[in-house]
Design a protein. Structure first.
Lengths: 230, 294, 230
């Protein structure tokens, strides 16, 4: 088998890159006169993915593009390569991160309102230093608070292709049938819209359409995470 | 944990570490699980107490751990509700309030600097409780919302993100569950790309420098025929290698009359600028040209 | 084929390590009770190597141990992953080059006189290395300064048949129109325009001493004047 075909070139580049490579970056590996088009690249990438069958790694497609990565089933062993344990993140950080992820663009005030506690500056700083979160603007209210959104690096880190791949938010239950120690229950109560401004699922979805999310991918409709046919 | 050779394992091995205790579990360990007693042994603030407030027997050093375990008043309330396997929609405000107050009082008694949010929540609970105890007049009732509704909405809203945070934490993550390939590249012949230059950039730069020069009047760029200046360079190039060159050899007949004139002008200019030396050893003898320096 | 066998574990670890792994380090990926011995490891590594046949990478055995390496034959393509963006020429260089083009043969002193600031050696060196400028002689004055002219390569780069094809000087007089069309961000440009019109500039200041031109500070910053940092 040839060793400088399109498939081999992609294999070599993806192995060496150390990060995900977009179709655009992959195409730039080639001179203009023999640059493969995106259809060629996709086809070759599928072949690259198939060739990972039975290997200790797989080709995955995340927000930033394609990358080889260790199969999760091997993390027990491969993780021992490094002395330090992977960083653990506090609940406060993860809750802040999830609010930014699902509700972006969002201000610190919004986050504090939902969490019911102040958000420490360190958490925001850590999230920004990790390149998971960035400021995408300022809300036009007094104080012009910064609005935060997640980044492509966030999606890459958590193996996501877009915000739509985030686990769905739990639904909010109706307040219609409040019971408990309320002394009286009257029929009129049921007519009342229980959660007048309930955000519900549809408004959650609108978040995904935000241009600021960094998910504008060259092919948002790619169906599988993993390209390999295993 | 064993790896298998050649056999596909159905369930991949999990992280070697024991999973982190959920905050609630940590608290349970410290406090012991609540147990329902048979009979109320006391009535506190109109509330029957059927269990010992075990929360009160917290060793001081554990307090910090407990507080750390909660991400604020909403989280603490959620914990109290879930500990009793209650649905958020079913909370008995009076009971939750009294439990919440126990925590707050305890924290206070331990002189733990209590975040203002906890006290704010305590006030809110007390208000809800009092509103619910008030007899409701049937006229107002219809458009009056359940005093708990707002609190319940906040609890629900917080809980979904608390849950989302746990789910995000569980996503396969780089550096913990997987690693991105980073393989040695081959020896790279890295040629540094040279800057691109647009003629217009060059012109803008020249225009700028000329404008500056004009400003100080002392340097006027004359508009000379570029062909002459180019030919000056060419002549100098020819003269560069050798010593004396026959004057006539600098002219090329195939360039025609204009070419001869341009070359002649160029040599004249070079002479004027003392860049070349012209010698003629005898009258009407061959003329030789030489660069002034070699 | 199983995905958590010895071969797969080694593949995953070697791919993720980013460095060569010795037999000892490889064996430490395993619990004591199921640690493969060196013979097992070697055998498995041989299999890992065989499985690279026809791939864009290979398993090599170096002093530090084993590592995957992208095949040398792919260096042309893979190397482009790290290709630097071409730098930009400084304003000082552009001015120098334009003066050489339009006023050749010209000495450094001439250029400095017109530009009002010293010309760094690096600029001249860069232009010579690019083969755009050459020395065509030396003026017979004290110090015998070199005279510079542009080259055939310079003309070729700009697709000119001769210097006569250079836009006439008159055309560039209308600078504002010209730069208006250009999305140029020339170094120092922002500082400069105010200066020539500045009414407060004492006329007796010689050009050489003019500190306010915005380019006067270029001389000490050789690195910036020059394109290449090498």
């Amino acid at each position: 088998m040839g060793e400088t075909g399109l498939v081999q070139i992609l294999e070599g580049a993806l192995m060496a890159a150390g990060e995900a490579l977009s179709l655009q970056r992959l195409s730039q590996l080639f001179d203009e006169f023999d640059r493969p088009d995106n259809a060629d690249l996709r086809e070759a990438l599928e072949e690259v993915g198939r060739r990972c069958e039975g290997r200790g790694y797989e080709l995955v497609h995340v927000a930033g593009g394609y990358r080889f990565q260790v199969r999760q089933s091997l993390s027990t062993w491969v993780g021992r390569l490094w002395q330090e344990r992977p960083p653990r993140y506090s609940r406060a950080l993860l809750e802040t991160l999830s609010l930014i992820a699902y509700r972006q663009p969002i201000t610190r005030g919004d986050i504090e309102e939902i969490r019911g506690v102040a958000v420490s500056t360190n958490i925001i700083k850590t999230l920004q230093e990790r390149d998971w979160v960035r400021i995408v603007g300022h809300r036009d209210v007094p104080g012009r608070p910064a609005m935060y959104a997640t980044t492509r690096q966030f999606l890459d880190y958590f193996n996501l292709k877009s915000l739509e791949d985030l686990p769905p938010l739990a639904e909010i239950k109706d307040l219609d049938n409040l019971s408990g120690d309320l002394p009286l229950e009257l029929p009129g109560e049921a007519d009342e819209p229980a959660v007048p401004e309930a955000p519900g699922v549809p408004s959650e979805l609108s978040v995904h359409a935000q241009p600021a999310t960094g998910t504008a991918d060259e092919e948002p409709r790619f169906a599988q995470d993993s390209v390999s046919a295993d | 944990m064993r790896y298998t050779d050649g056999v596909k394992m159905t369930s991949p091995p999990e992280s070697p570490e024991p999973p982190a205790l959920r905050p609630a579990e940590r608290v349970e360990r410290l406090l012991g699980s609540p147990q329902q007693g048979e009979m109320p042994f006391a009535i506190v603030m109109g509330q029957e107490m059927t269990e010992l407030p075990k929360d009160l027997y917290i060793p001081p050093q554990a307090l910090e751990v407990i507080l750390e375990a909660f991400e604020g008043p909403l989280d603490l309330l959620l914990y109290l509700i879930r500990r009793q396997n209650l649905d958020i929609l079913d909370i008995g405000v009076a009971e939750i309030t009294s439990q919440y107050m126990q925590y707050v009082e305890l924290m206070d008694a331990m002189q733990f600097e209590l975040a203002a949010e906890y006290l704010l929540m305590a006030a809110m609970l007390a208000e809800i409780k009092s509103r619910m105890l008030l007899p409701r007049s049937s006229e107002i009732e219809e458009d009056e919302e359940d005093p708990r509704a707002n609190l319940i909405r906040r609890l629900q809203e917080y809980e979904r993100f608390k849950q989302a945070a746990e789910e995000i934490d569980a996503l396969p993550r780089v550096e913990r569950d997987t690693w991105v390939a980073k393989v040695e590249p081959p020896d790279l012949k890295r040629d540094r790309p040279l800057p691109d230059l647009d003629m217009r950039e060059l012109l803008v730069a020249l225009g700028e420098v000329l404008r500056r020069a004009d400003m100080y009047e002392s340097h006027q760029i004359q508009r000379e025929s570029l062909s002459t200046r180019e030919r000056m360079s060419d002549v100098l190039e020819v003269l560069r290698s050798s010593k004396f060159v026959p004057f006539v050899s600098l002219f090329k007949a195939e360039e025609g009359r204009l070419g001869v004139v341009v070359t002649f002008l160029a040599i004249m200019e070079l002479i004027k600028e003392s860049l070349v030396e012209v010698v003629q050893t005898e009258g009407f003898g061959p003329i030789h040209v030489k660069a002034r320096v070699d």
